[in-house]
Design a protein around this ligand. Structure first.
Ligand code: WTA
Length: 650
């Protein structure tokens, strides 16, 4: 933890009631109703979750126990058995929903595909049969490095069908990140694409996998979906063409029934050290949480067309593009490309063309829309929208109000949903027909969630005071451990406040009981809604032959929320300058991914350190933001470096 006091600065106090028309038709239509269910969920969690599990999920063997909690380890429905793909597909076919559209896909070049639940199930079964033929066994790990195409969801569900554990790697990651994740998970199989369409270009994906696999011994087969048709290298015996390999596979594949606590996926996320954390989610509890939260938070109805713009490579894509949505038999919009291709109206065109009813995006995107100008949304008919959502970072009240008025036309409630890769599902959010909202607040806890705001000694702070956000009781979709590193799991999340889950976020609860999340208090940044550990960037930078030492810090950014500033000491004999800076930026793009590129690089002959050799990050953060340093510098080993580092970089 780097900061001891958290100041809460948001002053917004307007309250927006759910619009009457929305309330009248909503699943939950009053605050009293929400409160009653919430109270039940926290006073009798056993009874509450058991009843919901039996109601909501199809079990091969129904559970008899709801919760086992031996901090920090939780089990939910441990003696129950089920299969996730059965709950997302087969049950809907049995209910006569085979011809309902599951996915409306729009590619960046403009191609449109609609896939029914029957077709989705057929493709998932084919892919599962292929994996079986290749020798996949329950518990094997499968890497998925793909863009936003239906085949990515098919690959995920095919894994779930066989009890394989997928690890989806965001398509924006590059070689080093892919390699480390596949190695950490010892993946046997990889799904990828030749490339994806982004801003009019064909961005290579398979080429990145090829390079990564030079240093991964565990991968036996690579299944390549041909999306762009661009040229790719081919390794005979290892690489399979998706289309060729699937033809001939049967559309029947018996589901592998697994224990409720069988792992469903690993999703790597940034922490405060260079090594990403393999967050592990399991089957029954995860599925129940995402299904229930999807239904209540998004007020999902049978005829909705729901669009979440998050990439499948992040947890939002897992929980609220794939599992939570298909578990509810929802119709999901999926768009492949950039929001500003061929122009800045693309999203509004998509909403108008397909009549999207629920739109879930990130504050970064909203701020970009504002910058691009009101003329774009104004030129399109957005009247199909009935609900808006926000996720990934705090939404500033200005952006909230713009979203509400310009996109929602004052008719659509906004759900500002707070959660994390680790929590698996939405933890704090308004319930749109029930909760009055304040712009910028994540409102109230979802069912079963017991949040507390504490000080550094773990004592609860009074309402209105900033503190650290912890969660007191286990919830069904909480992470179970970190893949291969239970010790780090304990240390990161449970040792700080024994028995309580520590979120890493600062927050406050106001006098009216609304929660406001202010953001990370550790060295994890949130750049355009992407989580990134500064330590990851630092270890990448020092991996470059020019670099002797590197530190990276965040700086407030109007558009991206935060941006990255790197401070570098070069090795002897090298000259700082724009050219070297460009090389280092390119190195980060090549290794981690473009989104992780520093916005500015500053050079000095040394970094500010204490006499014991610790880099003083607090000073670097101030330097990056252009703030006065103030304070006592006498503990620094060499205060003269500060003048060098104050100079603008490249
Ligand atoms: C931040 C994304 C404020 C927070 C689902 C959290 C938010 C981190 C919100 C998790 C929100 C997410 N308001 N902050 N509505 N939603 N965050 O793991 O700092 O990619 O800890 O999960 O994003 O990011 P992750």
């Amino acid at each position: 933890m780097t900061s001891t006091t958290i100041r809460s600065v948001s002053q917004e106090s307007r309250i927006f009631e759910p619009p009457e028309e929305f309330r009248a038709a909503a699943h939950l239509s009053s605050f009293d109703e929400y409160t009653r269910i919430y109270e039940e969920s926290i006073t009798d969690p056993e009874g509450f979750w058991m009843a919901r599990a039996l109601e909501e999920l199809v079990w091969a063997k129904p559970p008899t126990r709801a919760i086992e909690w031996e901090p920090p380890h939780a089990k939910f429905f441990a003696d129950g058995e089920l299969n996730v793909s059965v709950n997302c597909l087969d049950r809907h076919l049995e209910a006569g929903k085979g011809s309902k559209t599951a996915i409306v896909f729009e590619g960046e070049p403009g191609d449109i595909r609609k896939i029914t639940y029957q077709e989705l199930a057929d493709e998932v079964n084919r892919a599962a049969n292929l994996l079986k033929r290749l020798g996949a066994k329950k518990g094997d790990r499968v890497g998925i490095y793909m863009g936003m195409v239906p085949e990515a969801a098919i690959a995920m569900l095919a894994c779930a069908r066989l009890g394989l554990i997928h690890t989806v790697i965001f398509g924006g990651f590059a070689v080093e990140s892919i390699r480390d994740r596949l190695n950490d998970a010892s993946a046997r199989f990889v799904f990828t694409q030749d490339g994806l369409h982004r801003r009019g270009k064909a961005v290579p994906l398979k080429a990145q996998v090829d390079k990564a696999l030079e240093q991964v011994a565990s991968v036996e087969k690579v299944i390549v979906f041909k999306r762009t048709g661009q040229e790719v290298d081919w390794v005979d015996g290892r690489d399979l063409d998706w289309a060729e390999a699937m033809t001939g596979e049967s559309t029947d594949c018996a589901p592998e029934i697994v224990d409720a606590e069988h792992p469903l996926f690993i999703l790597y996320t940034s922490g405060t050290t260079g090594k990403p954390k393999g967050v592990l989610h399991t089957t029954g509890g995860y599925l129940l949480s995402v299904k229930l939260s999807a239904r209540y938070v998004f007020d999902l109805k049978d005829d909705d067309l729901y669009w979440c713009t998050a990439d499948i490579g992040w947890v939002t894509g897992h929980s609220y593009v794939v599992y939570g949505m298909f578990a509810n038999a929802a119709t999901v919009m999926m768009y492949e490309g950039a929001p500003n291709h061929p122009n800045e109206a693309r999203f509004w065109e998509i909403i108008e063309r397909h009549r999207v009813t629920i739109f879930y995006t990130a504050p970064t995107a909203i701020r970009a829309f504002i910058r691009w100008g009101d003329q774009h949304p104004k030129a399109h008919d957005l009247s199909s929208l009935r609900l808006l959502g926000s996720v990934g970072e705090p939404i500033n009240p200005e952006a909230w109000v713009w979203y509400y008025e310009t996109i929602g036309n004052g008719r659509c409630p906004i759900v500002d949903t707070w959660w994390q890769t680790e929590t698996g599902s939405i933890m704090l959010s308004p319930i749109p027909g029930a909760t009055p909202v304040k712009p910028g607040a994540c409102s109230h806890p979802f069912f079963g969630v017991v949040p507390k705001i504490v000080n550094e000694s773990g004592e609860e702070v009074p309402d209105g005071t900033g503190g650290l956000l912890v969660i007191e009781k286990p919830w069904p979709s909480m992470l179970r451990t970190l893949w291969g590193d239970d010790q780090r799991f304990r240390e990161t999340y449970f040792d700080i406040f024994p028995g309580k889950y520590f979120t890493g976020d600062g927050a406050r609860r106001d006098e009216d009981g609304f929660y406001w999340v202010m953001g990370r208090i550790d060295d994890v940044l949130n750049i355009s809604g992407h989580r990134l550990g500064t330590a990851e960037i630092e270890s990448c930078l020092v991996g470059h032959p020019y670099v002797a030492e590197a530190a990276a810090v965040g700086r407030p950014d109007e558009l991206k929320g935060q941006s990255l500033v790197a401070f570098i000491t070069l090795k002897e004999g090298l000259e700082a300058g724009a050219e070297v800076a460009a090389k280092l930026a390119d190195h980060v793009s090549q290794e981690i991914g473009r989104f992780a590129c520093p916005e500015e690089i500053r050079f000095a002959h040394a970094l500010p350190k204490t006499r014991s050799g610790k880099i003083v990050r607090r000073l670097l953060t101030k330097l990056a933001a252009g703030e006065e340093l103030g304070g006592d510098m006498s503990t620094l080993e060499d205060p003269s470096v500060l003048d060098e580092l104050k100079k603008k970089g490249y």
